[in-house]
Design a protein around this ligand. Sequence first.
Ligand code: DX5
Ligand code: ZN
Length: 216
Amino acid sequence: MKLSPSVLSADFTNLGEQIKIVDEAGADYIHLDIMDGQFVPNISFGIPVIEAIRKVTDKPLDVHLMIEEPIRYLQEFKDAGADIITVHTEACTHLHRTICRIRELDMKAGVALNPATSVNVLNYIFDDIDLAVVMSVNPGFGGQTFIPGMLDKIKRIHKIADDKGLKNLEIEVDGGITLNNIAAVVDAGANVIVAGSAIFHDDIKANVKEFIKRMY
Ligand code: DX5
Ligand code: ZN
C-alpha cells in the first residue's frame, strides 16, 4: 500500500514546508496535479514548481498530467524530476506511443481513466504500464465527492491484474478519498491512494499518519 498526497490542496505560500511534513510523516509518493486549462477547466502549476519540489524531497514524484497531448512535454517533466508520469487516455491520440515514450525516458508510466471511461481501453496495454489510475472524481479540482460507482471499476482492474498475473501493477485511485471511504477503496483493490483536501488541513502530519493507519 502506498499513500500519495496531492499537493493541489497544500498552502502554496508554504509549499516546501508542507511537502517536508508529508514526506517525514510517511508519504510514499508526492502527487503533483498538472492542469492546462484545456483538457480540464482549471490551470494549476507547471515545470518550475516541480523543479522546486524536487529539491525538498527524495520521494518519487507522481506527476498526474491533465493536459492535452502530454507526449509533447514528457522530456521536460523528466528533466524537472518526475519519476512517475500518468497521462489521461482521453487526452492522447496515440496512447501506446505516449506510454512507451515515458518508459523510454526511464520513468514509470500510468494511464488515468475518467469516470465515464471504460476499463477496456487498457486491454491491449496492460503490459506497457506501471499504474492504472482510476479517477474517482471528474478531474480538474480538489475537494470533490467520491463517485461510488468507481469501486466497481477498481474491482474490475484488480481482477484483470490478478488473472493476468500482473503482480507489479499499481492501481491508484484519485479523487474524493477521505478517512470515511478509504477502507472501501482499499477493499476494492486499490494499492496507491491519492488524497489532497483530506490531508492538507489542520494537523497535516496527524492526517498522513491516520491515512496510513487506515490503509492496512
Ligand atoms: C483532481 C486531482 C486530484 C485532486 C485530489 O483532478 O487529480 O489529485 O488533487 O484531491 P481530493 O483528494 O481533494 O479529491
Ligand atoms: Zn491527481
